[in-house]
Design a protein around this ligand. Structure first.
Ligand SMILES: [Zn+2]
Ligand SMILES: [Zn+2]
Length: 135
């Protein structure tokens, strides 16, 4: 019974992933110090982490929090997907653009730009895939 209560009072930070055991005094994340006091989405009064319902208007905060976390996740996944698409576009488009309209007559300069574009594209894809997997 006691154990279950403690488990319910652990806040898992959506930003840094740290587990913070909540009590009445807890107002910041133990990992990144982000404030855990949030305004009620409906009436704007201060909500401490242990409140399940807004003390003023009675809004179900558990449900609201879950909605926010879910929305945040899918946005990050979309961000990752956008990075992958940008990276792929750079890798495919760079050689074509340079072939059609060379920025320089010097083949070494052109090759240098191509390599750099390729690296930037690969970096975007890597970071994008990481975001899509993590979120
Ligand atoms: Zn945190
Ligand atoms: Zn409220």
């Amino acid at each position: 019974m006691n154990q279950q209560k403690e488990f319910a009072n652990v806040f898992i930070c959506p930003r840094c992933g740290a587990h913070t055991v909540l009590d009445e005094q807890t107002t910041v994340c133990s990992g990144c110090s982000i404030s855990l006091i949030a305004p009620c989405p409906r009436c704007n009064s201060d909500i401490v982490p242990l409140d399940q319902y807004c003390p003023k208007c009675g809004l179900d905060l558990e449900q609201e929090t879950r909605k926010v976390v879910k929305a945040g996740r899918s946005n990050w996944a979309k961000f990752g997907l956008a990075l992958v698409i940008i990276g792929t576009t750079i890798i495919i488009a760079m050689p074509i653009l340079l072939f059609m309209a060379p920025m320089s007559d010097n083949i070494e300069v052109t090759l240098g730009i191509t390599v750099r574009g390729f690296l930037v594209g690969m970096f975007n894809i890597g970071v994008g895939l990481w975001f899509m997997r993590k979120h």
